[in-house]
Design a protein around this ligand. Sequence first.
Ligand code: R2B
Ligand code: URA
Length: 333
Amino acid sequence: MAYRERTIGYHIPDQLPEAVNPWMNMDISDFLYHLWFDNHGKGLEGSWYEWKTLQEVFGDVTHVCMGGSPDRAQRFANTLHKDTYNISGNITVDPIWKTERFSLHKVWKTISVSHGMGMSSMSILLHEVSKMLYYAKWCDENRLRDEVSFIRMGTSGGLWGEEGEWLWVKAGTVVISESGVDEEGEERNTVWKNGQRWEYPTKLDEDLRQQISAANITEEVGKKINTVLWKTMGSGCFYEWQGRVDGFFDPGYTEEDKMKYLQELYDKGVRNIEMESGYFAAFCLRAGIPGAIVCVALLNRLQWDQVDASILPDISENAEKIVLNYLRKVQAI
Ligand code: R2B
Ligand code: URA
């Protein structure tokens, strides 16, 4: 029995990583609905991949880089392609098959894929991409765990101190997360199964985090980017769950309540807030796949709630720049 039910009413894992679903070894058709192909490559008809198996297409994958939006996944794939093959000018790396739900591109050994917004959307992508790679790695979970890393690159709201404090940094700072915490600031991700609560730890891979941090080198990323290695809160909503006061409803709390809450998170070591970290971190631990979260902070939430669109062109790709350089270093591209 891999899980223990606590008398306090929730399940916690007995061992990590977890066993994979034995169902996947039965060589029956497994349709990855949101990617729109199955474990035998069926569904790819009419595409460039039509006559290939999943092993042939994805057997060599070493990194899965994920970002929220299809545009971000497309831009990163284009950049990877130009960097890998030393090409200048415009290039578009076509997505693999359907893009209604997720947009998945492959450049040499790296996948660039969108995960949508929030843990619900991301959870679907993580299950299906992991199953896809399990099949592609000859149903060998050790190969999957040894050969593949998952990296989320995204945006977030930052939490940082006053000018003059060492932690004072401007928008554009990248947080490379140590763990994902929930709205109570706990390193825990809650999953509901059959109406019961299951709780998973959310520490991220230390080695991968350090390697990505070490890739922030002035000459290669253009200008050294401020980075912070601390905790990230993954929240269920952009507005109320992140303590914003600029949502549709009169929030039911004051600016002071909000500042108190954000300060409490800060005191627990949280330096940015986004919407996927808890599930992502727990999933990686459960799967035994090293995972990293690299997010640029678009604003300082201890000052204000609104995003200033005018500064985005200068900063929004900061996480990608560091990850691109990390991939160069490990020769994944
Ligand atoms: C960061 O940005 C998105 C919301 O704007 C969300 O996906 C996240 O985690
Ligand atoms: N994404 C979030 O989830 N929150 C922010 O404040 C900014 C981006």
